[in-house]
Design a binder for this molecule. Structure first.
Ligand SMILES: [Zn+2]
Length: 429
């Protein structure tokens, strides 16, 4: 798996004299990211790869070891002769990034360490639409506390919480401006969470952030999905609605106010069904999970029951499709074709290398890909769909929480000095 320089690192000035402490911090980040991307390396190897001199690399590595982010690894033989150099490698055990997802009928919390290993993951079914935001935040805070306590139990320092939510998010203010499928407007989620977690945050000071779930899903796919590192990527998440994230040239497309990616509300049928956003015939009314379930099952069918686990419900639908159930197959055929109609617009605009299908699109992908691809071939103007592949997410419903945990870890990779020295952590108890 590869690690890519973050936009922050890339935008550091390279030719102007900068303040020495800032140079040191950016060099710490350079070495840490390099080890993340390349695995175990000798100090001499790091110096050769990065262009830093060997004395500087030794000093930087020593500091990263003191911060618990790097450890001595296996002996490293540079050539076939000579004394093997001692390698150093990323030490994932010190810090954990926490990703939390609020969705229409479930909550998830997840902890990833610096090597992207999952230390904790829990999903609970919750009918979020039926509850006032305050009660939902109580449940989110409880689940987040469990993740923090699991970090503490393992001796892992939590370095940030990122909340993923299907909403237009004012990222700076930490406010949900509008979440059509949750029926939330102007909800100060980040303040609500920092209030509820005040005790834990006093003990483990860390930022609480929030972002659109599909944007975080796109970042999760880019960081650790099956197509990680694909610089031009469109991510489509099939949830109750349809969210999307667009990565262009290795960067998430944010837009002027950070509201980009609302592709579920591209209007495909002006006379179509009512959408949660107050308009009609939006793409998500045709291919979102709610639309799919209306076609595939009656309202009292267990697959439509939001109190059951989502994966279980999707398994039921997949089994029906596999056994040739006509209604299910017709529904999935329509949804697949509808996916192709909407995705062709995005492919015509962005010419991505890959479209990743996440959420329930991934669970039922084998039944959606055929009709989707047929529509793409008919509608994308570039030859051979502009070279675009359609891939099913391996992260599934977990992409957004992984993207969120990654955002917290990226902050450490950008500035390893955010993590206190082990000696300081010990002396403060
Ligand atoms: Zn809409």
């Amino acid at each position: 798996m590869s690690v890519h320089p973050s936009p922050a690192l890339r935008s550091l000035p390279t030719s102007q004299p900068a303040d020495q402490a800032a140079v040191r911090r950016s060099n710490l980040a350079l070495v840490l990211r390099h080890l993340g991307a390349r695995g175990s390396r000798s100090r001499a190897g790091i110096a050769a790869d990065t262009g830093l001199n060997k004395a500087t690399v030794s000093s930087l590595v020593a500091e990263l070891v003191e911060r618990g982010l790097v450890r001595e690894g296996e002996p490293h033989r540079a050539g076939s002769v000579g004394r093997p150099g001692r390698g150093v490698e990323l030490d994932g055990r010190r810090v954990g990034g926490i990703g939390v997802e609020i969705n229409v009928d479930y909550l998830t919390a997840l902890v990833l360490d610096l090597t992207k290993t999952v230390l904790f993951e829990q999903r609970v079914a919750l009918d979020v639409q039926a509850l006032p935001p305050e009660e939902v935040l109580d449940a989110v805070a409880e689940l987040t506390s469990r993740a923090v306590r699991e970090c503490a139990r393992r001796g892992v320092l939590p370095v940030g919480v990122t909340i993923a939510i299907p909403a237009l998010v004012d990222v700076e203010g930490g406010v949900v401006a509008f979440a059509p499928n949750l029926h939330w407007r102007d909800v100060p989620v980040v303040r609500g969470m920092t209030d509820r977690l005040a005790g834990l945050l006093a003990r483990y000071p860390m930022p609480v952030r929030m972002a659109n779930d599909a944007n975080l899903g796109a970042l999760g796919e880019y960081a650790m999905g099956g197509v990680a590192g694909t610089p031009d990527l469109v991510y489509l998440a099939g949830e109750i609605g349809v969210g999307g994230g667009v990565i262009v040239g290795g960067r998430l497309l944010g837009g002027a106010e950070g509201f980009s990616g609302e592709i579920g509300h591209i209007q495909l049928d002006p006379a179509g069904p009512d959408c949660g956003c107050g308009r009609r015939g939006c793409w998500e009314t045709l291919v979102g999970m709610a639309g799919m379930l209306r076609l595939a099952a009656d309202a009292d069918d267990p697959v439509s029951d939001p109190s059951l686990d989502l994966e279980q419900r999707m398994d039921m639908i997949r089994r029906r499709a596999e056994t040739g159930d006509r209604r299910t197959l017709d529904a999935l055929g329509k949804v697949g074709a509808g996916l192709g109609v909407g995705a062709s617009i995005l492919i015509n605009v962005f010419n991505p290398g890959v479209v990743v299908l996440g959420g329930y699109f991934a669970s039922l992908g084998p039944f959606l890909l055929g009709p989707m691809t047929a529509e793409l071939r008919a509608r994308v103007i570039a030859p051979d769909i502009g070279g675009c592949r359609v891939e099913l997410s391996r992260l599934g419903f977990a992409a957004a929480s992984r993207g969120g945990a990654n955002v917290a870890l990226e902050a450490v990779l950008d500035d390893p000095a955010l993590v206190p020295l082990l000696s300081a952590a010990r002396s403060s108890g």
